[in-house]
Write a protein that binds this ligand. Structure first.
Ligand SMILES: *Cc1c(COP(=O)(O)O)cnc(C)c1O
Length: 317
């Protein structure tokens, strides 16, 4: 494949948010992963894994994610000239089906819940000898995500702390790998989950990996019942402080971020931003003067959907 060495991701802007710095009394740096061609950081790691699978000789790629991970596989496959099949449950939001179709991916709608779509995907992988691309649990994905920290260093900033949202933990594993590679073990790390998807916080508390029975959150990109084992291992090796925010806080942060920076992100990303917008949460950062927020992005949002979430959550709080 002649173009396997081409980078599939963008170097993203890093800048200080003056509105958020003023609000929090700290220097808030934003790593704008929402400006990746696929609208989220996922293309970094997933692009890298797709390239490796092609080098290994796979002629077809398969994903079972009806979210930003599936979209990243579809995008990478199209760029690299290899067919992609994505298995998704019936509940997949049309926004994602649209983006998958735009990349020419074959979409197979299977079952009512993700587990059923995933099961069908695994059978298909075995039958067709395809390369399976998981959403977060793979060393190549972590290595790919870690390039965002390489960029922060090139861009000339060293924060006291990093805040990143956690779903399955692929993003945070990448951040931790990047910090370690550059000897930045002294940078404090904060993970953020919404209350209905806090599998990592539960695992830290229990001292072992916890599998949630169910997920209930509008931050659908954080909806992993169990985080990667690798993330749990990191938490045993270095301090990671898990934060939990409400769906309402995550959605409110999305709205405020539109006003402050004219950029629309998913509630999954709003969750990370909400820590800065919430004066109670920011008090936990007393000694910390500068914070890097990974603006992870996500395409699963629109003005209508944001308004819908806001109305829905106002009624429940
Ligand atoms: C996937 C995703 C996350 C969570 O990433 P994990 O690697 O699963 O922890 C957060 N935000 C957005 C927008 C995502 O697409």
């Amino acid at each position: 494949m002649e173009n396997t060495l081409k980078s599939l991701y963008n170097q993203t802007p890093l800048f200080e948010s003056k509105p958020l710095s003023k609000l929090s009394g700290k220097k808030i740096l934003l790593k704008m992963e929402c400006l990746q061609p696929t609208g989220s950081f996922k293309i970094r790691g997933i692009g890298q894994l797709c390239q490796e699978l092609i080098k290994k000789g796979y002629h077809q790629l398969v994903s079972s994610s009806g979210g930003n991970a599936g979209y990243a596989v579809a995008y990478a496959g199209k760029k690299l000239g290899i067919p992609v099949t994505v298995f998704v449950p019936k509940t997949t939001h049309p926004i994602f089906l649209n983006y998958l179709a735009l990349e020419g991916a074959e979409i197979k709608i299977h079952g009512d819940v993700w587990d059923e779509a995933h099961q069908a995907a695994m059978e298909f992988v075995i039958k067709t000898h395809s390369g399976y691309v998981p959403p977060f649990d793979h060393p190549s994905i972590w290595a790919g995500h870690s390039t965002m920290i390489d960029e922060v260093i090139q861009q000339g900033e060293k924060p006291d702390a990093v805040i990143a949202a956690v779903g399955g933990g692929g993003l945070l594993c990448g951040v931790l790998e990047g910090l370690e590679r550059h000897g930045w073990q002294d940078v404090s790390v904060f993970s953020v989950e919404t209350a209905g998807a806090a599998s990592f916080a539960a695992s830290i508390k229990a001292g072992k990996l916890i599998t949630l029975e169910r997920i209930h959150t509008v931050a659908t990109s954080l909806g992993a019942k169990r985080v990667a084992n690798r993330l749990f291992e990191w938490s045993q090796k270095r301090l990671i402080t898990p934060l939990i925010v409400s769906d309402y806080a995550a959605v409110s942060a999305c709205r405020k971020f539109v006003d402050d920076h004219r950029v629309l992100v998913e509630p999954a990303c709003g969750a990370a931003l909400s820590v800065i917008y919430d004066s109670n949460k920011i008090n936990a950062f007393s000694e910390i003067k500068s914070i890097l927020v990974i603006v992870c992005g996500g395409v699963g949002i629109s003005i209508d959907l944001l308004n819908q979430y806001t109305a829905q959550l106002q009624n429940t709080t």
